[in-house]
Design a protein around this ligand. Structure first.
Ligand code: DCP
Length: 229
């Protein structure tokens, strides 16, 4: 079953014939990139990592750094650009029978924009404009997601990894920021108390060291690629 799905990439849903899309979700530094890298070695899978390099350099500007320096001033700027670049990923032609991608337009809105607004760092008018854009996009453009793989971490673990990887822009991130994102993720994907979940969720505990994580990815391979029909 898994092999035939991988070979043909066919997924028939609502009479529509298209290739399955799997989104990898999780907190900052939860290990999404490692997960995607691991599965990129599988043939017949196309892997799209997040366009974070674009967020650090748009025509010579760094909206990611600006957002961390002054979220109230630059949150809208970054999140508008994130929404565009992620939408571009969702809409790009799928080159292999299955697509795996980092995050989605949904988490950009339900986690990051929501967090900026809820924590009082985004003016209400900015939130309203971003929300109008988002609502327009998801009501007018088909953005299929067939499975969400949620890398579930503790905020403390992400904080430790963040300090280790030392990305310049992220040096200012406090533990509380990761805790807030964690709660938004849990309410969305585990407790189902906030926003509509666009696809079935597979939870993978992701606090473990690299070896154990790779082992778990292998153990979950079948579940991941036998995308629910
Ligand atoms: N970011 C943001 N708003 C978004 C998406 C991301 O402010 N809508 C920020 C958070 C991080 C940076 O962009 O500082 C990169 O975010 P990710 O968590 O998506 O990427 P990582 O590289 O941290 O993922 P991982 O370590 O899990 O591979």
């Amino acid at each position: 079953h898994i092999n035939s799905q991988l070979r043909t990439g066919k997924l028939v849903r609502n009479g529509e014939d298209r290739k399955p899309v799997i989104c990898i979700e999780g907190n900052i530094a939860s290990g999404k990139t490692t997960c995607l890298e691991y599965f990129s070695k599988t043939s017949n899978i196309e892997v799209l990592t997040e366009p974070v390099s674009k967020w650090r350099n748009v025509r010579g500007h760094n909206p990611l750094a600006l957002m961390y320096e002054d979220p109230a001033r630059w949150g809208l700027t970054l999140q508008t650009y994130v929404q565009l670049t992620v939408l571009d990923h969702h809409l790009s032609q799928i080159a292999a029978p299955v697509r795996m991608m980092e995050r989605s337009i949904y988490s950009a809105k339900y986690i990051f924009v929501e967090n900026l607004y809820k924590s009082g760092k985004m003016p209400e008018v900015d939130y309203a404009v971003l929300s109008e854009w988002f609502e327009w996009i998801i009501s007018n453009i088909s953005i299929p997601v067939d499975l969400i793989v949620y890398l579930q971490t503790s905020p403390q673990k992400c904080f430790d990894r963040l300090k280790q990887r030392c990305r310049e822009e992220e040096k200012v991130i406090p533990l509380e920021y990761l805790q807030a994102l964690h709660h938004l993720y849990e309410d969305w994907l585990i407790n189902h108390t906030s926003f509509k979940v666009p696809a079935p969720v597979l939870v993978i505990p992701a606090d473990h060291d690299l070896q154990k994580m790779l082992h778990q990815y292998e153990e979950n391979r079948e579940k991941i690629f036998t995308v629910p029909r």
